[in-house]
Design a protein around this ligand. Structure first.
Ligand SMILES: [Zn+2]
Ligand SMILES: [Zn+2]
Length: 284
């Protein structure tokens, strides 16, 4: 059962980072819509290709923002779960929460609670990636990655035009557009274009690395601390079961949109282990 967090974005730095990311997402969207698309297809909406790009771009923007919103508001872990008063095998005691917590859970000092199957605290959404938020974190990653890939493809013609001759001036414009603008090398619109195209390239490389790392862990059914400490091999139930654990029971379609309902198969407290699943599959 998915629950909302009682307090979201309670600290000022969290508000600034999340607000800044949303502003950047909209800035890239309007940059593509108002500067790049008219350069490729001319002004107005006479070209059907341009209309198709606007529809596709808006759909990606909508999904990226909804994923981000879901990641910010959904409670990542323990929420209203009543943890037992006796210390079970493999469980530990949290001195901050004054409660027992199950294996794979950790206390998060930013969220101020123990989070079930805690991966890490993500500053972009100011929430923990835990048992109930992994899906939305992955949605957010996937849609931001698609958005940046799309923007870079649209920007390609301009990037080649701007940087077709590699010299000190074009390199300065590419890597330090602000400095190029201050020295008068890149003027007005060129500076703006260089700023956004560089931002799209750098963000895309960063988003690719993050997405590959977390998708690999998801397919292996493990969290970041487990990967780092070389633990949790027994939670790897095979790709299909691991995707079900992350995206819920409707995973074959749920990965498409964060709005598709898909309850999680477990509770984040007790776990099936590899040998158990393999034995069950053999006996079926
Ligand atoms: Zn705790
Ligand atoms: Zn946290």
């Amino acid at each position: 059962m998915e629950e909302r967090r009682k307090i979201i974005l309670k600290r000022r730095p969290e508000k600034i980072i999340v607000g800044g990311i949303i502003v950047l997402v909209f800035a890239v969207y309007f940059f593509e819509l108002l500067l790049i698309l008219p350069k490729i297809y001319g002004p107005g909406f006479s070209s059907s290709h341009k209309i198709a790009h606007v529809v596709a771009g808006t759909w990606i923007l909508f999904n990226a923002l909804i994923s981000m919103w879901k990641f910010i508001v959904v409670d990542p872990g323990s929420g209203s779960v009543v943890l037992p008063s006796i210390l079970k095998e493999g469980w530990r005691f949290c001195y901050q929460c004054e409660a027992n917590y199950p294996p794979r859970s950790y206390h998060c000092f930013s969220c101020d609670q123990c989070v079930l199957v805690r991966d890490h605290h993500c500053v972009i959404g100011a929430n923990c990636v835990g048992y109930k938020t992994r899906r939305y974190f992955l949605h957010m990653n996937i849609y931001l990655w698609i958005a940046l890939l799309y923007a870079n493809i649209l920007n390609m013609d301009f990037v080649f035009e701007l940087y077709h001759t590699i010299n000190s001036q074009s390199l300065l414009t590419m890597f330090m557009p602000m400095l190029a603008w201050m020295f008068g090398i890149a003027k007005g619109e060129t500076f703006l274009m260089a700023m956004f195209t560089s931002l799209c390239v750098v963000s895309f490389l960063y988003a690719t690395a993050i997405l590959l790392f977390h998708m690999r862990n998801t397919l292996k059914g493990r969290t970041t601390p487990e990967v780092m400490k070389k633990l949790g091999q027994m939670y790897n139930l095979g790709i299909v079961n691991n995707l079900r654990e992350a995206f819920g029971i409707n995973w074959p379609i749920a990965w498409i949109s964060p709005l598709i309902p898909s309850p999680l198969p477990g509770d984040g407290i007790t776990f099936k282990e590899k040998e158990f699943v393999e034995q069950n599959e053999k006996s079926m």
